[in-house]
Every structure is written in C-alpha cells, then in structure tokens.
Write a protein that binds this ligand. Structure first.
Ligand SMILES: N[C@@H](CCC(=O)N[C@@H](CS)C(=O)NCC(=O)O)C(=O)O
Length: 249
C-alpha cells in the first residue's frame, strides 16, 4: 500500500496510526497542498489527502473509506465483531474526525477571543467522551482500538500545544487526560508521523501570526529569563535545543 500524505494532516495521521497499530508496512509519498501534482488531482476528486493506493494500483480517497478498507483487508481487527459495538465505534470515531479541522482552525486563531471560541467548541467533544472513559487503558479494554486511533490526532496535537504554550485543552477532563497519556505512551503518535512533524507543526501553528504562537514566545521568554530550559525547537528567540519532547510526557 502507498499513502499520499501532507505531513501535518490529521486525517492522514489517523490512517497511518491504524497501519502502525496493525503493523502493516506501507510506503508514503508527501505532496505539497499548495502545488498539487496532476497525478494526485486525477485520483483525488476533491484534491485532498489522504489517498491510499492499493497493491493492485487502485486509488482510494476519504479517510473514513480508507480506514474501513484497511480494516477489511488486514488481520488483527480493530473493530469489535458485535454489530452494535462496531456501529458505536464508528460513531465515536466520527466524533473525533469531524473535529480535526476545528482543531486546525483553533490552532491558527489570531486572537484570544477566536481561540477561546474555537477551543470551547472542541472542548464540547472532549466533554462528550469524558464520561464514556472507564478504568480500562483504552476505550474497549487494554488493547488499542478504532476509537482510540481516531482520537489520537486530536490528543497528540493537544499535547504538543500544551507543552509549547501551556495552553491546556484538557484541564477539565481528567479521564481524557489519562487516556491521552496512555495513547501517547504506545509510541504510535511518533510512529505515525514524519521525523520533522513537531518542527513543521509548531512552525505552522505556533507562528508569530497565531495567538498560540505569541503565548508560546512569551512563555519561553519568561522561562529563559528565569534560567529554565526553553522548549521551542526551531525559533530564532531560542538558541538552545529543547530538552522536552512528547516522548517525555
Ligand atoms: N474528508 C476528508 C478530509 C481530508 C482533508 O481535509 N485533508 C486536507 C489536509 S488535512 C486537504 O487535503 N486539504 C487540501 C484541500 O482541501 O485543498 C477525509 O476524511 O479524507
């Protein structure tokens, strides 16, 4: 299989997380969304990633369809076999993926009001899943499943934002926070993205033009003044390399 990807796309990350969780090997080709190649536009009707090329060369688009395809053609099922539970897993996965773009736009907010309006909407999704999380490590027991995988991009990004800016989307959701920790501890978040993901993600979402970017600068400025380690990897304000990464959570 081959995945056509844009490096910081959460829809792609859901697909690559599933492949990593199932230990399926795959090729990946990164494209620029501002200069989409013709071959890509021919196979992606809406011009969006992810696209999956099957081993016999068929092109699939739409992450939901791709996830279903991967589940059908690979071993180690991630959905439960019971139909009601399977439908529930699809529904809770949908609740995650329909919030991916909201999180992206929240992260790009240019002022405090817009950020807080969008964060409030995103928090509504965390509030919905909070009471459904029980004592088990993952949504359906102690093995990772489809719902965990669908929520991983949201939780991974929330964690990076929190590390760099102190802006905590999960402060009112202790169960979601514990779940986030368990999901990140699987290592799937890092495995599902390119090595330069964190750098690209923070350059884009914590740019000078975003409100989170400005919080991040102030936060790290203060840390530097007080002699503490700056956490930002790629900023001119920070000559030192950071010591903290997601893996340290
Ligand atoms: N509904 C699509 C959404 C995918 C999507 O929004 N991808 C974005 C990147 S995160 C994209 O390719 N945007 C380019 C464009 O819309 O022109 C899916 O689930 O696959």
């Amino acid at each position: 299989m081959k995945i056509v990807s844009y490096k910081i796309c959460p829809f792609v990350q859901r697909v690559t997380t599933l492949l990593e969780a199932k230990e399926i090997s795959y090729d990946i080709e990164y494209i620029s969304l501002s200069d989409k190649p013709d071959w890509f536009l021919e196979v992606s009707p809406h011009g969006q990633v992810p696209v999956l090329f099957t081993d016999d060369g068929s092109a699939l688009f739409e992450s939901d369809a791709i996830v279903e395809y991967i589940e059908e053609v690979t071993e180690v099922p991630m959905y439960p076999s019971e139909p009601v539970e399977k439908a529930q897993d699809r529904a809770w996965s949908y609740l995650a993926s329909k919030n991916y773009l909201l999180q992206c736009s929240m992260q790009r907010s240019t002022n405090a009001n817009t950020l807080s309006e969008r964060a409030k909407k995103l928090s509504a999704a965390f509030a919905k899943i909070e009471p459904c999380l029980g004592d088990s490590t993952f949504v359906r027991g102690n093995s990772i499943g489809m719902v965990d995988i669908a929520w991983l991009p949201l939780l991974h990004r929330a964690s990076i934002i929190e590390i760099y800016t102190g802006y905590d989307l999960l402060e009112d959701f202790p169960r979601v926070r514990a779940w986030q920790k368990d999901i990140l501890e699987t290592g799937l978040a890092e495995k599902s993205v390119s090595d330069d993901f964190e750098e690209l993600f923070t350059s884009f979402y914590l740019a000078e033009s975003t409100y989170l970017g400005r919080i991040s600068r102030n936060e790290n400025e203060q840390k530097r003044e007080s002699g503490n380690q700056c956490k930002i990897r790629s900023r001119s304000c920070c000559p030192q390399k950071p010591q903290i990464s997601i893996a340290d959570l």
